[in-house]
Design a protein around this ligand. Structure first.
Ligand code: PLV
Length: 320
């Protein structure tokens, strides 16, 4: 296979009539949920795997809440190299099955992603495998940044603000780099997290990176205990706003999105959708932190495969 192969698609950009009506300004959805691995992760991870794991490599190993693992397994299968994915016990069984369906070897290790990551680093060393970090690597950011170039090519003009979910901060770093590359570096960026998986918000409040004692949110794919340092650096920019929603608000957003847009996404993505559905954007406008007459809002629909009707039912019972 040629080394110019790419694994992601140019994802659809759609105008949401229902969300625009709610917000009173045009809302565009970048549908990363349509990516072959189910989330935006394939952009950055596909790029990194391509660059670091040649056809003669012994294989790749990735620590993941699920979606980074799926992206790694997908890319590895396309390159015909073995993939080992380490997930914490908090990842639902449905993700483990999807990883196996991608041909990956799956190991369940520890309670949260940070535990799984320690094991992945150990395996990379002992088995001589290429380590695939789910969010903390310049190649991952470079791959994610490509999304902004697609946006620049298809949006009629620069967005009034961008909304995205933050876990370890890889998507955020890629987006910030991409915005700068296309001359949109001053566009307000709203970073959404759930309470209990709020490592960026905690760092912003403390003025330094902090490690959360535990991940108590059900949005396990946002569940890195510490945000990566590049993301913390970007968060200091004046155009970056960090906001939180509860798991319940993220879940309600997932349900509304399913109802109105007919697409099922995971709770990690619901955090972003809740920026519109729970009135976060409107509050920021009221507080004068976003302009009253806001230009088009761009929502990155990051997607995620850790969801099914059964999982949704389970979340209804556990989300607070
Ligand atoms: N999920 C990572 C990290 O988990 C993973 O291993 O899959 N939205 C979705 C659907 C995601 O899966 C993730 C990350 C994010 C948002 C946040 O992206 P990040 O980590 O680049 O900020 C622990």
């Amino acid at each position: 296979m040629s080394n110019t192969q790419r694994f992601h698609i140019n994802s659809p950009l759609i105008e949401s009539t229902a969300m625009s009506k709610r917000l009173g300004t045009t809302v565009y959805l970048k549908m990363e949920s349509s990516q072959p691995s189910g989330s935006f992760k394939i952009r950055g991870i596909g790029h990194l795997v391509q660059k670091l794991a040649g056809p003669n490599s012994k294989g790749v190993v990735c620590s993941s809440g699920g979606n980074a693992g799926l992206a790694t397994a997908y890319a590895a299968r396309k390159l015909n190299i073995p993939a080992t994915i380490i997930v914490p016990s908090s990842s639902p069984q449905l993700v483990v099955e999807k990883l196996r369906d991608q041909g990956a070897i799956v190991k369940v290790m520890g309670k949260v992603w940070d535990d799984a990551n320690a094991e992945a680093l150990r395996l990379a060393e002992s088995e001589n495998l290429v380590f695939v970090p789910p969010f903390d690597h310049p190649l991952v950011w470079e791959g994610h940044a490509g999304m902004v170039h697609e946006l620049k090519a298809s949006l009629p003009h620069r967005p009034g603000a961008v909304v995205l979910s933050v876990g370890g901060g890889g998507l955020f770093c890629g987006l910030m780099e991409g915005l700068e590359q296309v001359g949109w570096g001053s566009v307000p960026v709203i970073c959404m997290e759930t309470v209990g998986a709020h490592c960026l918000n905690a760092a912003v409040k403390a003025g330094r990176r902090v490690t959360l004692p535990d991940i108590t949110s059900e949005a396990k794919c946002l569940g890195a205990k510490t945000v990566c340092s590049k993301a913390f650096e970007f968060s200091k920019r004046p155009n970056v706003i960090s906001e939180l929603v509860t798991d319940r608000q993220a879940l309600e957003a997932v349900e509304l999105f399913l109802d109105e847009e007919r697409v099922l996404v995971e709770l990690a993505c619901g955090a972003s959708l809740a920026a519109v559905y729970s009135g976060v954007i409107q509050r920021l406008q009221d507080e004068g932190r976003l302009p009253e007459r806001l230009g088009p809002l761009l929502l990155i629909v990051c997607g995620g495969s850790s969801i099914s009707l059964a999982q949704l039912q389970h979340l209804r019972a556990v989300c607070k």
